[in-house]
Ligand binder design. Structure first.
Ligand code: AMP
Length: 279
């Protein structure tokens, strides 16, 4: 695996690879890699001749300074994992590479970034859009892979690609879960063993809500059920919403959308987790 910390040599390498006819798949991550990330990498490997993984904990997408400082950083182990799955290129820049001209450009995605994550993490999607734009410009991939786990992020990036005319295909990869249903996340590393068990309440609540909605219960009733299920001293529900999965409009009834998605965020102890399921 080729490892780059700087943009110029990475670009030179990729120009050469593309000139020799190689297709490039990009998997942007913030590291602390787990099976979810590896699934994205495997899909990229199976669909492209060259796979680039980026590891960069992007400061502009953190609205909470403590979340940024406590974000797990495990670059040595990540590098080994990437080698073991046959990743071709790792790009792991420092802040001065990515933000040498400051990070003051702001994005506004209208209704897409005002609800759910956008409401509770103001500025988050602007930071995501900024760093993803930078990565798209640097790598110019043919295909970029993102997880369904961060569905609102996928919706925002889809809009970004459309608006800014990035010449690439976006793919969403289904959420990878632990056998007990917990969605894999780098932030799970910050949970105690007890909290890891408690965190399974999130996927349990989503599964229960999905079943109840399919059985014809109203969204209001289902929301009450979710709040009840998450009544636990170590859990604080931030939101549970049913939304249209494309424009992210919050629904009052599932018939208002062709493809509704159930989304939630909750703190388990001090760790904020998100999860979602399609209806
Ligand atoms: P992160 O490092 O958390 O920014 O995630 C990097 C990419 O991996 C994003 O596109 C995430 O949506 C995706 N991802 C994170 N967790 C999972 C998971 N459990 N299953 C599938 N994809 C995931």
């Amino acid at each position: 695996m080729q490892i780059f910390k700087e943009i110029a040599p990475l670009r030179a390498f990729l120009i050469e690879m593309k000139a020799s006819g190689k297709s490039v798949g990009l998997v942007p991550t913030m590291g602390a890699l787990h099976e979810g990330h590896l699934t994205l990498l495997q899909q990229s490997r199976s669909e492209n001749s060259l796979t680039v993984c980026t590891i960069y904990v992007n400061p502009t997408q953190f609205n909470n300074p403590e979340d940024l400082t406590k974000y797990p950083r495990t670059l040595e182990k990540d590098t080994e994992l990437l080698e073991s799955v046959g990743c071709d290129v790792l790009f792991c820049p420092e802040n001065d590479q990515m933000y040498d001209a400051g990070g003051t450009i702001r994005f506004d995605f209208g209704s897409l970034d005002k609800v759910m994550e956008g409401e509770f993490r103001p500025g988050h999607f602007s930071g995501v859009a900024l760093v993803v734009s930078k990565l798209f410009h640097i790598v110019e991939p043919h295909v970029a892979y993102f997880g369904q786990k961060d569905w609102q992020q996928f919706a925002v990036i889809s809009r970004l690609v459309k608006e800014l005319k990035f010449n690439l295909t976006l793919k969403a990869v289904p959420t990878v879960r632990e056998p007990n249903g917990l969605a894999m996340s780098s932030r799970n590393l910050r949970l105690t063993p007890q909290q890891t068990e408690t965190a399974t309440l999130l996927s349990k609540a989503l599964t229960q809500a999905r079943e109840q909605l399919r059985a014809g219960k109203t969204i209001d009733d289902v929301k009450n059920g979710v709040s009840q299920l998450l009544l636990h001293p170590d859990v604080r529900l931030e939101y549970f919403e049913v939304a249209d999965s494309e424009n992210l409009t919050l629904l009052n009834s599932v018939v208002e959308s062709n493809k509704p998605i159930l989304c939630m965020a909750a703190f388990v102890g001090e760790v904020r987790l998100i999860d979602n399921m399609f209806l």
